[in-house]
Write a protein that binds this ligand. Structure first.
Ligand SMILES: Nc1ncnc2c1ncn2[C@@H]1O[C@H](COP(=O)(O)OP(=O)(O)O)[C@@H](O)[C@H]1O
Ligand SMILES: [Mg+2]
Length: 281
């Protein structure tokens, strides 16, 4: 991305002077508070939005010059927990990911082989024949991920791919994305709100704040106490584990004493304690 500005019509700039040079296969996380422009940034990458100024290049070609179907072979996109519920089976939904590759001589057998592979990868084989719109939010998300993978892109963009997942599935998905970047030699860029998971698995992190990109670099460079304070207004203490930062929330305005004096939670806590210890039936 070369010196990108972006503004929604009539609004102030959401992205300002954004320059990013992403080359090697890797897992990159985009982090930052709600509403700072994370989704807008990836929408500018895959041509859903056109920057107000500046140029986006893929393989050194200006994306504004690449046809949508051609671009879809290069860039896969998994939107934020898609609420467009297709009346389709899981298999058909994933097959749609093969669309950019289809020509008059496409062999459905080859496509099905890829679909089977991604079903296994995402651990959703038993869901294959289920209607997509009857799945839970977490299952939904894994199917959308599978669809993105079936597209076999060089760059995979994911908008909060772990938002609806339990901790085990979050870890599974992030590990898979990291592995995928190495195994398939691709750039994976995901938006995440979990700083600790992002720090643990990402090669690089893009931290956004109001007005655009605030910091770019390794987790250790970007996830610092100062940056978290500046960008989120949150006090944190960082410990290092396996060479990567791990954030502990420090809320000095809320102590153990406070948690006892907040009447509601104290009273409820007492009742629960009594019930559990058998003092009260
Ligand atoms: N279609 C739109 N039209 C106008 N403003 C929008 C539109 N989509 C998003 N915005 C605004 O642009 C800003 C950035 O949004 P977004 O990129 O979705 O943030 P994030 O993904 O970081 O939460 C927000 O202030 C949001 O309200
Ligand atoms: Mg968003």
């Amino acid at each position: 991305m070369d010196d990108i500005d972006f503004a929604y019509s009539g609004e102030k700039l959401t992205l300002k002077n954004v320059t990013l040079d992403i080359r090697n296969p890797q897992l990159i996380s985009i982090i930052g508070p709600n509403g700072v422009g994370k989704s807008t940034l990836i929408h500018c990458m895959n041509k859903i939005l056109s920057p107000t100024r500046g140029t986006v290049f893929v393989d050194d070609i200006d994306v504004s010059q690449i046809k949508v179907k051609e671009l879809a072979k290069k860039i896969g996109y998994v939107p934020y927990s898609a609420n467009d519920t297709f009346p389709l089976t899981v298999i058909d939904t994933i097959l749609m990911g093969r669309n950019p590759h289809s020509t008059w001589k496409t062999d459905l057998k080859d496509d099905m082989k890829i679909v089977k592979e991604v079903l296994e990868m995402m651990d959703i084989v038993p869901l294959a024949m289920r209607p997509f719109n009857e799945l839970s939010a977490g299952q939904h998300q894994r199917v959308m991920l599978a669809r993105g993978l079936a597209q076999e892109p060089e760059i995979l963009l994911l908008d909060e791919p772990t938002a609806n997942l339990d901790i085990k599935h979050q870890i599974d998905v992030i590990r898979l994305l990291k592995k995928l970047s190495i195994k398939k030699n691709i750039v994976v860029i995901m938006i995440s709100h979990d700083l600790n998971l992002a720090a643990k698995y990402s090669d690089n992190i893009i931290m956004m704040a109001d007005g655009g990109v605030f910091a770019v670099g390794t987790p250790k460079d970007v996830i610092t106490e100062d940056n978290i304070r500046s960008v989120y207004g949150v006090e944190a203490e960082l410990v290092e584990h396996d060479g990567r930062p791990h954030m502990i929330i420090i809320d000095s305005d809320f102590t153990e004493e406070d948690s006892k004096t907040l009447e509601g939670s104290y009273v409820l806590g007492e009742i629960l304690h009594k019930r559990c210890s058998g003092e009260e039936s």
